[in-house]
Design a protein around this ligand. Structure first.
Ligand code: ATP
Ligand code: MG
Length: 442
């Protein structure tokens, strides 16, 4: 028996419904913010990620799925989406005057990281993300965060916490990094194994270590905000002020630094504090990366964006029992047929009704009428259409609404024209309408 690879999943039913709901909401909300979807390959040159994500990051040093292809090219399955979107932006010259400015793109798709699998941590997982290129403006930083929030709200997820911080410009971040290394140097022996490894390559990461000992050791570390220029501080304040304007609550977290090399200025994470999820878990993370496009060979270009883990989001939706209505898979019509002739008749009708937009099913096992009706009830069909000898003789179909018990008959040639009316008349619970009119009378 061949099993799926460790850290991967098969989706079906409920889980698939959550994923579909997420994708639909992402497309709907991002469209109103005037983002356009991009789709890039799931494998790229290894160098794109080693340069774009950064050689000192966990993603590149430990987590990449890379291999030589048959033409001896060094390939990697993408571990994240931003580097690919940047590559595509440069390669296709999407910065040209015929493209929108600022350039706003979303993506949805699988990502690959060789990690130790656990709940919410997979080797193949999925992200949706958004990127805005070519304009540095605090309103854009705020808008990107607002769009993520809008997506979560639409999915019925309320209780999310936004943590935000500023890393300042690259030279400010570099000055801070030196100060931090100087502070950590005498403490090196006491750091956790992970932090010891990180502190030379990526010392800022020590600040967001999950290890209690590391957290105590860095209690008195120099503060990032003390290294920010007046301009960087002002920019950050403007981002926060625009979030205030949108009534988006956030917490400024001085220790938030993010793991990727390319961030500057604004960085943020959106996490759940849902008790059912356990400790704070990050669902969505992002920030500003103005140097990335030029570092990958493109023009000097501002950039800001986020990525959101869809498995974690789906898990949260399940725990919070979010938006039931998104899971609907309602059956409108079940077509019951009696006898050979009716079968052909029914087969055609099922297809016609589907073309009209109804969700329709039928029996394929030649079962008795009673069994077919049972199936319709089990599947909670709104209407059952019956075709038997009588119906064929008279060229009609018999229609019954299971919930209201109402019945009707319709000449077969009128299905296209009149079925909508009958469907509504039979399935709408008239007591609701009656109650409405009675109420409005007094
Ligand atoms: P973590 O600290 O949890 O490893 P990260 O910093 O590596 O997260 P990012 O690269 O910022 O994560 O990716 C953004 C989001 O993608 C995460 O917040 C998470 O929701 C999701 N994500 C990242 N790695 C995985 C994974 N291996 N499995 C499932 N989701 C993931
Ligand atoms: Mg990670």
């Amino acid at each position: 028996m061949i099993q799926r690879p460790k850290g991967t999943a098969d989706w079906f039913g409920q889980e698939m419904a959550y994923m579909t709901a997420i994708e639909e909401v992402v497309r709907e909300v991002s469209e109103s913010y005037r983002f356009q979807e991009v789709r890039t390959p799931i494998f790229e040159s290894y160098d794109l990620f080693s340069r774009g994500v950064g050689n000192g990051t966990d993603i590149v040093t430990k987590e990449m799925y890379d291999f030589k292809d048959k033409g001896d090219r060094h390939i990697a399955l993408r571990p994240e989406g931003t580097a690919s979107v940047v590559r595509a932006y440069i390669e296709n010259k999407w910065f040209g005057p015929e493209y929108p400015h600022p350039f706003k793109a979303t993506y949805i798709g699988p990502m690959f990281r060789y990690e130790r699998p656990q709940a919410g941590r997979m080797r193949q997982f999925h992200q949706f993300g958004a990127e805005v290129f070519a304009e540095k403006d605090p309103r854009i930083d705020a808008e990107v965060i607002a769009m993520a929030c809008e997506i979560f709200n639409t999915l019925g997820l309320g209780q999310l916490k936004i943590a935000i911080n500023s890393l300042g410009l690259p030279e400010e971040r570099a000055a801070y990094r030196n100060a931090l290394v100087a502070y950590l140097e005498p403490l090196e022996e006491q750091l956790s194994a992970d932090s010891k490894r990180r502190y030379k390559d990526n010392p800022l990461r020590v600040l967001d270590s999950k290890d209690k000992g590391d957290q105590e050791l860095t209690q008195d570390a120099p503060k990032l905000s003390e290294y920010l220029s007046k301009e960087s501080k002002h920019y950050f304040e403007e981002v926060l002020r625009h979030l205030d304007l949108l009534k988006i609550a956030y917490v400024v977290d001085e220790r938030l630094v993010r793991g990727l090399d390319y961030y500057q200025d604004t960085v943020f994470e959106i996490m759940t504090e849902s008790e059912k999820f356990g400790a704070n878990t990050t669902i969505c993370a992002g920030g500003r990366y103005d140097g990335l496009v030029s570092s990958l060979g493109g023009p000097e270009t501002a950039g800001v964006g986020f990525a959101c883990g869809m498995e974690r989001l789906a898990l949260l939706m399940q725990l919070e029992e979010a938006n039931d209505s998104l899971r609907e898979n309602e059956l409108d019509v079940y077509v019951v047929t009696i006898g050979e002739d009716a079968s052909d008749y029914g087969f055609k009708l099922v297809n016609d009704l589907r073309s009209m937009g109804y969700v329709v099913d039928q029996d394929y096992r030649g079962r008795a009428v009673k069994k077919q009706f049972k199936q319709a009830q089990k599947d909670q069909a709104k209407l059952v259409v019956t075709i038997g000898e009588n119906e064929i003789a008279e060229s009609t179909i018999s229609i019954k609404a299971l919930k209201t018990g109402k019945e009707a008959s319709l000449p077969i040639e009128d299905v296209e024209e009149d079925f909508d009316g009958i469907f509504n008349r039979l399935t709408i619970d008239s007591s609701v309408i009656d109650a409405y009119f009675n109420e409005s009378k007094d």
